[in-house]
Ligand binder design. Sequence first.
Ligand SMILES: [Zn+2]
Length: 260
Amino acid sequence: MSLLIDIHCHLDHPLFEGKLDETIKNAEKAGLKVVLTAGINPETNRKTLEIAEKYDIVKAALGIYPVQTLQKEIETGSYPLKPNIFDIDEEIEFMRKNKNKISAIGECGLDYSQNEDPKKQKDLFLKQISLAEKTKKPIIVHSRKAEADCVDILETSKSKKIIMHCFSGKKSLVKKIDDNGWFMTLPTNIVRSHQFQFIAEYLPITQLFCETDSPYLSPFKDKRNEPSFVIEAYKKLAEIKKMELKEVVNNVWMNWQRVF
Ligand SMILES: [Zn+2]
């Protein structure tokens, strides 16, 4: 396989520190042609650009993660999101200025799990939707406990280049996403997750991507995730669609070429 894509991961994560050369080498050996790494705030957006500049197969997505407007520390595994006081409009401007260096806007979206003001989050999300429209970039969307609002807001967008990452909303919302012609990603933990197995079955192959969300969502219980493991999501997708692995890989590659 040589046209694999990891459509979403976080190579700037501290767990990859000092191990990036090896991680990228593994990805190349596994046949990855594209690794799309996403920033979530000013600090990680800058790191993301640096990493994308350094490695040929790595492409950058810049974004402001919804809970970044929350002024308290949130522990998410080993990636504490520190209270991050910054000017949102300045950061959006930074993203716009770097539009020629990036492949997508995101990770952005809505997340109501931390009890943050939904109004504030929606404003932030709308600014990034508008930036994606203006720059004609696809948008990588995160939603947690806010799936219905997320779909509603996105339906106001003129863009069809919408990629719902790790979507865990209800079946009726998956149906809406399908009807709208948007894309969904299948993360590597699809090997255990019935939700993602359902999405793999429900959506046509022309609307699917695979991702690792590494270092999270490993397909292997005792191993930190990395882009080379994206093959596990492809394999599961091939099994569910009853297609040859090669055919699945080619189809997803065509999706990439259509959207990016
Ligand atoms: Zn992510």
